[in-house]
Design a protein around this ligand. Structure first.
Ligand code: KIV
Length: 271
């Protein structure tokens, strides 16, 4: 008799059922094996290999510089750490926006080389043909509207989006379009909570909010923000569950002091 119990993977169907039952969906980013298995063990439904890797892993100001190869490397590492969560991978800037054929090839590379279950892409009507090309290949797509960081140079700042009626109306119509095209869910980032609630009510697919209030179908956070790894980055929408920045720096300082005093390694730690 096998001692192995099959762990049931979260799928797009799980997302669909959770929207219907009203159970909230929790999503976190991860970019490496260790964080992925910790997030998976903690019970998130999906792990997003976000292009925020450009910020938190590589120290870039924006998400624009990260390449498809770099996203694939991160996603492969994450994939090895996951048992249950659905793996979603961002298509990086410049790999899907203007050319549906390129979008198809970028998404296929992610699916073939990483074991991802879905890709995420930013935008609505403007990238309709790229979304269709990816969906036509049988690849599930998570949309992303509101503050879409790949368009930061167009926006000019990371401020709240869709405060004005015109932008809010476009966001609602883009969200409906994503649903009509066949996206299985949509991230809505940094928009008024009332708009987050309205979009959520108007869609049959789940909305995953980040800075969009608590009435969305789920939430996503960058894991580094939740763990308090960066002392200088405190977005209003992120809740710090730990203060790892302080704890890690003080652990390192203690190690430095122990090395200098020859307290480390002690007899038990030596051969
Ligand atoms: O890249 C990312 O981490 C994201 C999430 C914040 C939604 O897109």
């Amino acid at each position: 008799m096998s001692v192995h119990t099959e762990i049931k993977k979260v799928t797009t169907e799980t997302f669909r059922k959770m929207k219907i039952s009203g159970e909230k969906i929790s999503v976190l980013t991860a970019y490496d094996y260790t964080m992925a298995y910790l997030a998976d063990e903690g019970g998130v439904e999906a792990i997003l290999v976000g292009d925020s890797a450009a910020n938190v892993m590589a120290g870039h100001e924006t998400t624009l510089p990260i390449t498809l190869e770099q996203m694939i490397y991160h996603a492969q590492s994450v994939s090895r750490g996951i048992k249950r969560a659905m793996l979603v991978v961002d298509l990086p800037f410049g790999t899907y926006q203007s050319d549906p054929v390129q979008a198809y090839h970028s998404a296929v590379r992610i699916m073939k080389e990483t074991g991802a279950a879905a890709v995420k892409i930013e935008g609505g009507l403007e990238i309709k043909d790229s979304i269709k090309a990816i969906l036509n290949a049988g690849i599930p797509v998570m949309g992303h509207l509101g503050l879409t960081p790949q368009s930061i140079n167009k926006f000019g700042s990371f401020k709240l989006r869709a405060k004005e009626d015109a932008e809010a109306e476009k966001l609602i119509s883009d969200a409906k379009l994503l649903e009509e095209l066949g996206c299985f869910s949509v991230v809505i980032e940094k928009i008024p909570a009332a708009l987050g609630e309205q979009v959520t009510k108007e869609l049959n697919i789940p909305t995953i909010g980040i800075g969009a209030g608590n009435q969305t179908d789920g939430q996503v956070l960058v894991i580094h923000d939740l763990l308090g790894l960066n002392k200088n980055f405190k977005p209003k929408f992120a809740r710090k569950y730990l203060n790892l920045h302080e704890q890690i720096v003080s652990a390192v300082a203690q190690y430095v002091s122990d090395v200098k005093s020859t307290d480390f390694p002690n007899k038990e730690e030596s051969f």
